[in-house]
Design a protein around this ligand. Structure first.
Ligand code: GCV
Length: 688
């Protein structure tokens, strides 16, 4: 922090901050000091490391930085050492990551001596849910940066190449080394030869920064692209087709990362269409990419319209196959057992699959957390998941440790984040949504780093004054720290709990309006829609009480957790209250630890959520002197919407539950400002 603060201190005069559109993310341009770089070898990736250091150096003027590619037993994978002005790594990629880390450390004013940094996961991968027509599934930062429709959809312009390089650079700066560039609801066309031509171009641009290209593939591609009659994974023609396709891909893209597959889930084709298994399907693709070092990320996000509790289905479907997948297959598991909700307990598949590689999947795009309208820092959610103890191999078997190779030997370790990146000038829509992209990368590199550290880093790099033209109205360095960094960091660190409070506190889940998953829709249950696609399936509100009984008297999902969690979740008294209605159906007058009844506590939580966002507004207004007008106004406007919509959540959900319990709002709870009828009759998009 020292250097920044000194720099800010030098800018004591009053001025206005230059408008910023957010395109430069946490890598904002600033005048650099002179530096000399020497490298032990030459390569394209090392050239990028040199360029970054030369253009971004804020350390001692005239410093001589040495880049040394040399094996070292302490350095693992893409890791590195930094000692003063020396960066050492096993490979060129490690040097690039070391260069970004050195720049970050100098900017933050923290030590650059005796640094050893090794990545938690080998493959740190973004999943773009980008459709080939340019739209994005739950993308709120504009259309796809990779795809667009029209006659020229396969021609590539220099502007596109440049955008892809900037994307890869941002990823490399936080250690992300792979991107799946199409939606998991995959179009078979991506594997057609013309599309592969474009994939080759994208791969070339991303390779500049060491970001590997992966493709999400449609299991029926042999039929749709290959013209075969079947996609049966045991059919010799199908096997031949996938092997030939892998050969074609690797001939064009020798460092191609591999495939991501959503099979037999939400209408996607898969091996079960041919009475085959996930093992048959995954191993078929794994064998095809194996000769080239490719991997297959096979998703465990499966559930069908059965009577079985949806939260149990992934375990039921995948556990029988433990140990049967090839070693280049990794089962990709969402953090919770249902679907990226504001809060879920961790998926019981973590740690349970002991002879199969498993990778966590987080959602960076805010499908269920307020889109690009709400300021929600998701690092807290992911940190909570990674630190959850599965107890599968004794105490301390956290989700992080059962997936990063610390406990189970995995040939490959990996982690995925569903990206929030699009064509918007600020990439992600909300200026603070970029913090979630940043946080994913930092946690993928180091799964024990705290959200507090990540927020400090991101805020410093994204908002601190950088150049004499960007003079702050503040008059001292302490002002920036106390007046901006601390209060805004508090907003970030409180924001996820605030969202849980005003959307779905105490273990409630999936109460969203259908399709967009933005506003409240706990009442949505039209005839003919599958029950598990309607919120009443999850909250089960009725006159006597509310919540999903997942104990042994109900769906018995608790049995999928290892002791002591199983008994903890089985007991209504021992279950942490944050998960109460996830595991238990309880009466409205159930006594909570606070002494309130459940109904009072629910009201109190919703009110707290609304109050928290109101406080965020006040805090943000107070930091105006420290932020350029463009980003200040943008965040201010979005916070206004967030507050209004938090209020709609509170009014909608509480009035809806009152239709079951007829209980009054406790005296200290604010009265609704919108009727239930209005909220129910207004399509969620209009409410937005
Ligand atoms: C890509 C949820 C989302 C879908 C998404 C799916 C998945 O159901 O609403 O849009 O599809 O998760 O993760 O496959």
């Amino acid at each position: 922090m020292k250097l920044i603060l000194t720099f800010v201190a030098a800018l004591l005069c009053v001025g206005t901050l230059k408008a910023e559109n957010g395109y430069d993310l946490w890598l904002r341009k600033h005048p650099a000091n002179a530096v000399t770089i020497t490298a032990s070898k030459q390569s394209a990736v090392l050239a990028m490391a040199k360029k970054e250091l030369t253009e971004g150096w804020l350390g001692k003027a005239g410093a001589n930085i040495k880049l040394i590619v040399k094996a070292d037993k302490d350095i693992k994978g893409d890791g590195f050492k930094i000692n003063g002005d020396v960066i050492q790594a096993n490979n060129d990629q490690g040097i690039l990551y070391g260069a970004f880390e050195l720049l970050r450390r100098v900017q933050m004013g923290v030590t650059t001596n005796n640094v050893l940094s090794n990545p938690s996961y080998d493959r740190r991968v973004l999943n773009q849910w980008d459709n080939l027509n340019g739209s994005m599934e739950h993308g709120f930062g504009g259309n796809s940066i990779f795809w667009h429709k029209g006659k020229d959809s396969l021609t590539v312009t220099d502007a596109e190449r440049s955008r892809w390089r900037d994307y890869a650079r941002a990823n490399a700066s936080i250690g992300i080394n792979g991107s799946v560039i199409d939606n998991v609801n995959a179009s078979p066309m991506v594997l057609s030869t013309p599309y592969l031509g474009k994939v080759k171009e994208i791969a070339a641009a991303m390779r500049t920064y060491g970001v590997k290209t992966y493709l999400a593939v449609n299991f029926a591609s042999p039929i749709k692209v290959g013209g075969l009659k079947t996609a049966d994974p045991l059919d010799p023609e199908v096997i031949k087709w996938w092997h030939a396709k892998a050969k074609e891909i690797y001939a064009a893209i020798p460092d191609f990362g591999g495939f991501l597959v959503k099979a037999n889930s939400e209408g996607q084709p898969g091996p079960q269409d041919y009475k085959r298994t996930h093992v048959d399907g995954a191993n078929l693709l794994a064998d095809a990419v194996k000769p080239y070092g490719g991997i297959v990320m096979w998703r465990a996000f499966v559930y069908s319209a059965t009577d079985a509790d949806r939260a149990k289905q992934a375990v039921t479907e995948f556990m029988p196959f433990d140990g049967k997948f090839r070693d280049n297959v990794i089962i990709q598991v969402k953090n919770g057992p249902v679907d990226f909700q504001p809060r879920e307990p961790f998926s019981p598949l973590f740690g349970a699959l002991k002879k199969t590689s498993v990778m966590p999947e987080f959602q960076i795009t805010q499908e269920y957390l307020g889109h690009a309208i709400h300021l929600v820092f998701l690092s807290s959610l992911w940190e909570e998941c990674l630190k959850s103890d599965t107890y599968q191999e004794g105490q301390g078997s956290t989700v992080g440790r059962v997936t990063d190779g610390s406990i189970f030997p995995q040939k490959y370790t990996a982690i995925a984040g569903v990206a929030n990146v699009g064509l918007d000038s600020s990439w992600c829509g909300h200026p603070f949504a970029a913090a979630n992209w940043y946080a994913f990368g930092r946690l993928a590199w180091n799964n024990t780093i705290t959200s507090d550290e990540i927020a400090t880093e991101w805020l410093t790099q994204t908002f601190s004054p950088l150049a004499p033209t960007d003079q702050s109205l503040s008059s001292s360095t302490t002002d920036w720290h106390n007046g901006f960094l601390l209060p805004v960091k508090k907003i970030m660190l409180d924001s996820r709990e605030a969202a849980v409070n005003y959307m779905m506190p105490l273990g409630l889940h999936h109460m969203f309006a259908a399709y967009e998953h933005y506003g409240p829709g706990p009442w949505y249950a039209p005839k003919g829609v599958r029950p598990d696609w309607t919120p009443p399936y999850y909250h089960k509100a009725e006159a006597k009480g509310i919540g999903f009984d997942r104990t042994s008297t109900g769906s018995n999902a608790v049995s999928q957790y290892k002791e002591p969690l199983r008994s903890t979740f089985e007991s209504v008294d021992k279950t942490p209250e944050i998960y109460l209605l996830w595991f238990h159906h309880v009466s409205w007058d159930h006594k909570m630890k606070s002494g309130r009844t459940l109904w009072e506590e629910l009201c109190y939580k919703y009110q707290t959520g609304v109050n928290q966002v109101r406080d965020f507004q006040k805090t943000w207004d107070n930091v105006k002197p420290f932020v350029d007008s463009q980003r200040f106004a943008d965040v201010q406007t979005r916070l206004m919407r967030q507050t209004r919509d938090a209020q709609i959540w509170k009014d909608g959900v509480l009035q809806y539950f009152q239709t079951f319990n007829s209980l009054p709002l406790p005296p200290e709870i604010e009265r609704p400002i919108t009727t239930l009828k209005y909220i129910q009759s207004t399509p969620p998009l209009n409410i937005k």
